[in-house]
Design a protein around this ligand. Sequence first.
Ligand code: BG6
Length: 504
Amino acid sequence: MDATLSPPVTLVIFGATGDLTRRLLVPAVVNLTRSGLAGDDLNILGVGIEPGDDEMLRRRLDEFLSGLGGDSPLSKDEAWLRLRQRISYVSGDFTKDDLFLEISRKLALAPHGNAAFYFAVPPQFFGAIVEKLALHGLTHETNGTFRRIAIEKPFGTDLASARALNALILSNVAESQVYRLDHFLGKETVQNIMTTRFANMMIESLWNSNFIDNVQITAAETVDVGSRGKFYDATGALRDMVPNHLFQLLALVAMEPPNSFDAEAIRNEKSKLLSALRIYTPEEAEIHSARGAYSAGALNGRDIPGFAQTPDVSPDTTTETFVALKLYADTWRWAGVPFYLRTGKAMTARDTEIVVTFRQVPFAQFRKTDVSRHLPPNRLIIQVQPDEGISMEISIKSPGLSVDTVPASLDFRYADAFDIGKMTGYESLLYELFVGDQTLFQRADGIEAGWAAVQPFLDAWAKGGKPEPYEPGSTGPACAEDLIKRDGRQWHALGTASGRDKQQ
Ligand code: BG6
């Protein structure tokens, strides 16, 4: 679809004085405004618990935006100065009727009836807000207007709570009005996974268990838990990253080709794949998982406390800051192909990548040559971040008279070809929310299928045991190495795709 000006809309942000609003949502709307994709009939109505008026919110945003954009701060950007005038604020309690009456009055001032309600608030408010919106008729779509709700993760903390949340939401609004955000889907390289697969015959025709040995999906971070102790101790690496971000990558990598690029066609295939993930018994889940927690040490030249000593973390915590899983998608295409997933904090490199390792060639024809008996397998590496790009590892003949091979990497980096610098990753998500395209958003069944596959790990770990300690700045605990070594394989080295330094 060609991107055109989005329709008039009031973006109602619950949690308007929070971090997400100033760091990502407002800069993304500024970027959309500058690029002509959001017009002067887009208004922002901020909603927050803090007392204040329109000018309070505008000034707060000014202050924050003055720190973005280096020598040409975003606070001076002409697009921001235009948008700034159209920002208003109401304060109140998210669970009280008078706030929603006030929102209703404000919305009635707009010449159009369109509204997108964005929940940039902690999850305990999701239910209350959606119920109040429905009660006050604010989610009612009349005369061709739209009313949509956009919800950030977490969607529940386990299978039962995810089901309950979906049921509550869907008893108040239709699925077509719900935009469940996973910010990974706003990343350019994530959106490119489908193009890489379905626009390239040489890739998609090899994309199955006949040719692929294993798939690794990694989201390694160098940051530690820092000031997020309370949230993280209650959450852990598995819940924080796996059923959402990593499963979105997995679904895009492994789903069947959709019949079209329509939202429902794509979401059908993603849900089908997620619901084909093998559901382990808790005993199997224990065997096919590894968990770790970083200990005290040095990270990027500074000393950090161990996770258990982090402020607001219980000293006898059993929460993991690293998890590795081995999963199977029980489909015709993927029969027997392991999907290894890992994610962790305080690791050696920031590295989000998908590594597809192909099977080895039959090597008979090289028998009488200098080629070593085991040729390295081909690999396709989709580098999600940093240094977004795609590499293909192949074997080539080394120059000279003897027949010998050396590995070579065909390497494409987005930054070498395109100007991708200034985007927040939320531009496409907000734009699709405004134009009403749900492709980049998760559907209730996909979310529940993801939690169903994760639940056995939660159940297994609830029975006891502790995460294994690992050094900050390492590749994770030894048990994660064992998980993959048992299968005669190894993890792709962190921070090494394209041979560039990915340390950040
Ligand atoms: C968030 C998690 O959803 O994703 C964080 O709560 C994590 O713990 C973050 O750091 C990673 O996102 P990104 O875009 O920085 O890779």
